[in-house]
Design a protein around this ligand. Structure first.
Ligand code: DUC
Ligand code: ZN
Ligand code: ZN
Length: 471
């Protein structure tokens, strides 16, 4: 049966207009005024906006960390995403034993049967040897057109600059985008060991041992290595105002440099780490200062930063106690592992389901951005940069019918009960939000309506991506 979304107001990155949307199977088949409704199931979108489903290009699902694992998997994470209006997510293939292909196959064997929304993955390049060197160019054949490298986590994830250069040089030729986690690994390790020797173990020391300037220099280094390797560079989880300056500088020189930030860096500061429950806010890189929040918001507003993602990597705050998830008790070791020692607190926080609602509330309901800019930052740009456009990221004939029916007037007191993440806390507990998705469709099928879930494990698909655009 065809479905007709009637009387809604479509919001794309370019324009806002009233029109009906005819869905045939999984695709948008027709967009027009007063479309005929014979033989259609009609969805009334009067007084609602119709947005393309959100695209979150930076999430970590079931990621092993320390002696535990991030508490959302591709089912629970996808479900939480859908409740918040996001219908596509991209996570990361960790590089463990075997070839790149072996690792991709293992990752997909874990994720494909579970995923409840469409997903793809980036490939982490955390070792560089002859095998990796020869296999990198094959990644697009597996539908993976982006890799992530690290300038921190010495001895674990970091590559030296020469090897980052080699990854970028091969990647640039093979149509891969290199994403960079930019911090100064040497200085972090030194400061962490000094802090521990001085018995500084509280969560605030997580921020104090990862200085902002380490990110500033590492981000310019990343762009400069990209320039030498003739490769595009995408800076992940930007959180420092001066990092935005580096990105603006690189772009002003004509470099193919892009970047993202995440809601936690816009709405919280390192002062939150000083709270009694500060462990909830531990993520890497850490939260910064009020002037950084402003620099990041300005960067999003003026187009220096292209994407708002989440770096979703949730852990329980108290993993010794169960929560009820879909009626069953669940507990997964979490932040309590680092009680009394910040270096043992799993790094990461929930955000996948929160991203659209908290950012809309602030940016659009707050009058700082148009709904079109919102769609651009949260759906269209990530779809373009990561090679999913126009299948995802837009409302166009021929695109997947991934849609969020959005009530801009709906007011919600938000928190762990509304967010559907599989964890025991939410950063935005008690926040009053204005603007909320009331119905969400994945490839034409309603998966969320008025707070009810109609989705299932495995209904999502792995997305084979093409080379993305440089924005
Ligand atoms: N940062 C986190 O906080 N968690 C997972 C990975 C990352 O980069
Ligand atoms: Zn990172
Ligand atoms: Zn991350």
């Amino acid at each position: 049966m065809k479905r007709l979304i009637k009387n809604g107001t479509i919001v794309t990155a370019q324009k806002t207009y009233k029109a009906d949307i005819l869905i045939d199977g999984e695709k948008i088949a027709w967009i027009g005024v007063d479309l005929p409704s014979e033989d259609c199931e009609v969805i009334d979108a009067t007084n609602l906006l119709v947005l393309p489903g959100g695209v979150d290009p930076h999430v970590h699902l079931e990621l092993p960390m320390f002696s535990t694992v991030s508490s959302d998997d591709h089912y629970t994470g996808g479900k939480a995403a859908a409740f918040g209006g996001t219908t596509t997510m991209i996570d990361f293939v960790s590089l463990e034993k075997g070839s790149l292909e072996d690792n991709i196959v293992r990752h997909r064997a874990m994720a494909d049967p579970k995923t409840s929304i469409d997903y793809s993955a980036h490939m982490n390049i955390t070792r560089f040897d002859d095998a990796v060197e020869s296999q990198l160019k094959d990644l697009p054949g597996f539908g993976i057109t982006s890799v992530k490298v690290f300038t921190a986590y010495n001895g674990r994830l970091r590559l030296d600059d020469g090897n980052i250069f080699k990854v970028m040089r091969i990647g640039g030729k093979a149509g891969l985008l290199t994403m960079v986690h930019a911090e100064n690994g040497d200085i972090i390790d030194l400061l962490v060991s000094e802090a521990l020797s001085a018995e500084h173990k509280e969560p605030i020391w997580h921020a104090r041992t990862r200085p902002a300037w380490g990110e500033v220099e590492a981000s310019l280094r990343a762009f400069a290595i990209g320039a030498q390797a003739d490769s595009p560079v995408y800076l992940v989880h930007m959180n420092v105002a001066e990092e935005v300056d580096q990105l603006a500088y690189a772009r002003s020189k004509g470099l193919p440099a892009m970047g993202e930030t995440c809601p936690q860096y816009l709405f919280f500061t390192e002062d939150d780490l000083k709270r009694p429950d500060g462990a909830k806010w531990i993520c890497s890189p850490p939260l910064r200062k009020a002037q950084d929040q402003q620099g990041l918001l300005n960067g999003l507003e003026n187009g220096t930063i292209q994407v708002l993602s989440t770096d979703h990597c949730p852990f329980f705050y108290d993993g010794t106690k169960s929560i009820l998830y879909e009626g069953e008790p669940v507990r997964i070791p979490g932040k309590e592992l680092g009680m009394g020692d910040f270096t043992k607190i799993p790094n990461g926080l929930p955000g996948l389901g929160d991203r659209l609602v908290v950012f809309w509330n602030h940016a659009v309901s707050g009058g700082m951005m148009t709904p079109n800019q919102f769609v651009e930052l949260t759906s269209t740009n990530p779809a373009k940069i990561f090679g999913l456009y126009p299948q995802k990221g837009c409302v166009e004939v021929g695109s997947d019918a991934d849609l969020a029916l959005w009530d801009p007037k709906r007011e919600v007191t938000y928190g762990v009960a509304q967010a559907q993440h599989r964890t025991d806390y939410n950063l935005y507990e008690g926040w009053k939000l204005r603007g909320y998705p009331v119905q969400v469709l994945l490839r034409g099928k309603t998966i969320v309506r008025n707070g009810e879930w109609f989705g299932s494990a495995g209904q999502g698909r792995f997305l084979y991506r093409k080379t993305g655009e440089i924005l």
